[in-house]
Structure formats: structure tokens, C-alpha cells
Design a protein around this ligand. Structure first.
Ligand SMILES: [Fe+2]
Ligand SMILES: [Fe+2]
Length: 325
């Protein structure tokens, strides 16, 4: 998009409307579904959301290898999303709740936000246990790991959002990405996608649409009023976080292909090349477009436009070109 193009007008939902939508929200009943086993012949997630799909080597794999890669990646997604919901979003919401003068309408929205995420964590874990019962009998994490320094940094950032309001941007970007993940899965042919996963992605979408609106409120309330110096520092931190952790395939994504090769020893010869191509995806335009773009993260990009310090994201995100008013 040219930098001189007019800015698209975005409408934020008022807090009262978010609360009204939350009160009216009903999740579909799925008791019978959970009594059935996972269908291992189908995709667990839309293939276009998986990193290796954007590498040449993916298209050289046999279809049963592609499907298993897809399933392992979906299991990793469940771990990643539940980690974010349990460790990141909940901690930020708790820190806001402790601060003085929080509007009653926002408090109600945040309470519901936290309750929703508790329900989601249960759903992701249930899905993981059903998919791989042996893996999750003791630990909640099989493919995803956070190193102690990263965990300590996340704790510092999320407990002090007044100093690190970049956490609201991370919440918005990740929740918009999870909306896109759900939408792509819902658009798939019904017989291609595994029914338990489809159900969870569909139900998750209902709540995440509200959460994205709340994240937008948090940026307006607690980021936009900070000094330009603090905002510039936070924009740099956000750019580092995106460039190092939130954009490129991480070590967990490498662990997925390692696991795939363990399950299919005939892939051992291809493993080094799979890893090499995975690592090179950070510079791949189609991969970046799927991860962050005006189509997949429109509110995040629209808000980047409003804050000049966020225009620096164009040096990390290939699909971001600031639109100035
Ligand atoms: Fe969620
Ligand atoms: Fe959420």
C-alpha cells in the first residue's frame, strides 16, 4: 500500500457494547463431540497458518507427512496460545486491576476477559490431551519452551504495564493473529478439518473478537497518554520482541520438525534442510503477509499508522508501510 494512501477509518466498539455482546454470548454445546476420538486423517489447523507451508520443502513432502506436520504444529499452537493466555494476558489484566481509578465499565470487561481466557486454557488443554494423551499426563508443555531469562523478562513486562505499555500491543497483535487463525480454519472444507479443532477455533473466535476490541481500548487508555520518550522506548522494545520472537519460526517450530523426523525416520535426511528453510522464513514475503499484514492484523497496522514512533515497524515487518493522514 502506498504511504500516501488515505487511512482506513476503523471503528472501535464502546466498552458498554463489548459488555452487552459478552452477556449475550452463548457457546455451542459440544458434549457428544468430546466423547469421540480425534480424527487423525484430517488437518488440525489450516495449512496456510503453518510456517513450513511457506517453504519449498513442504511441497516435496508426502501428504501423510504434511498432515502429521500440520497436526504437530496445531498442538504447538494450542500450547502457545494457552501460555499467552495464562502467563501474559492474565498478568497484564491483574496489573491493571490493581491500579487506581479504573473505570467500572473497563473493570467488567477485564473480569470477563480473564474468565474467558481461563475457559480457553481448559479447552486447549482438553484438545491437547485428546490429541496426545501420553504427552500431557504430567506436563502442560511438550513442544513449547520458554527459557528462564525470557520468562523472567515477560514477568517484569507484564507486571509493570505502566512502564511497558508495549504489552498492550503484544496482546492486540497476538489476539488478532488468533482471530485470523480461526477464520482460516472455519473457511476450510468441513471434511478437511478435524471436528474438535474446528469447534474450538470457532468458539475461540467469538470471545477473541471482543478481546481485540478491549486491547484497542487499553492502547487508547494506557499507551496513547504516555510521554513521547516512553512511547519511543516501548516502540523499540516491541520491534525487538516482534523481530526476535513473534515473527520468525522459533525453536518450538524447529522442535516440531524434529518430532516429525522422529516419527518418520525416512525424513531424517531432509531434517537439516527443513530446519534451514524454516529459519529463512523470517525474510519470506508470503510468510510475513500471513503473520502480520493489513489483511491478518488490520487493527494493529491501523494503530501503528496513528503513532509515528510505530512507523519503525516497517524495517521489521515487510508488509507494513505506514499510511500517513
Ligand atoms: Fe483466548
Ligand atoms: Fe483472548
Amino acid at each position: 500500500m502506498p504511504a500516501t494512501a488515505p487511512r482506513t477509518e476503523m471503528r472501535r466498539m464502546p466498552l458498554s457494547k463489548i459488555t452487552a455482546v459478552a452477556r449475550a454470548s452463548i457457546h455451542a454445546d459440544a458434549h457428544e463431540l468430546w466423547d469421540t476420538p480425534v480424527d487423525r486423517s484430517r488437518y488440525f489447523v489450516c495449512p496456510t497458518t503453518t510456517p513450513l507451508y511457506y517453504a519449498k520443502i513442504y511441497h516435496q513432502l508426502a501428504s501423510h507427512h504434511q498432515i502429521r506436520y500440520n497436526q504437530l504444529t496445531a498442538i504447538l499452537f494450542s500450547e502457545l496460545i494457552s501460555y499467552f493466555e495464562s502467563q501474559f494476558a492474565a498478568s497484564v489484566c491483574a496489573a491493571i486491576a490493581k491500579s487506581k481509578g479504573v473505570d467500572a465499565g473497563l473493570t467488567e470487561c477485564l473480569n470477563r476477559f480473564v474468565a474467558d481466557e481461563q475457559d480457553h486454557i481448559e479447552l486447549w488443554r482438553r484438545l491437547s490431551r485428546l490429541s496426545e494423551p501420553d504427552w500431557y499426563s504430567e506436563s502442560g508443555w511438550m513442544l513449547f519452551r520458554v527459557t528462564p531469562p525470557v520468562a523472567a523478562t515477560l514477568q517484569l513486562l507484564t507486571r509493570r504495564p505502566q512502564w511497558f505499555p508495549m504489552v498492550y500491543w503484544i496482546m492486540l497483535a497476538l489476539e488478532e493473529r488468533s482471530l485470523d487463525l480461526s477464520r482460516r480454519c472455519i473457511k476450510m472444507e468441513t471434511e478437511q478439518i478435524e471436528p474438535h479443532y474446528l469447534w474450538v477455533y470457532r468458539e475461540h473466535l467469538k470471545d477473541e473478537m471482543r478481546h481485540v476490541q478491549i486491547d484497542w481500548h487499553l492502547i487508547d487508555l494506557y499507551y496513547s497518554n504516555k510521554s513521547s520518550t516512553l512511547r519511543r522506548c516501548n516502540a523499540r522494545l516491541l520491534q525487538t520482541a516482534i523481530g526476535r520472537f513473534l515473527l520468525p519460526p522459533t525453536r518450538s517450530a524447529v522442535r516440531v520438525v524434529q518430532r516429525l523426523a522422529e516419527e518418520f525416520p525416512e525424513l531424517n535426511e531432509l531434517l537439516p534442510e527443513m530446519k534451514r528453510q524454516l529459519r529463512s522464513l523470517a525474510e519470506n514475503a508470503a510468510y510475513q503477509q500471513m503473520m502480520y499484514s493489513r489483511e491478518t492484523t488490520p487493527i494493529t497496522f491501523g494503530l501503528f499508522d496513528r503513532f509515528p514512533e510505530m512507523h519503525r515497524m516497517q524495517t521489521t515487518l515487510l508488509s507494513y508501510c505506514p499510511v500517513r493522514s
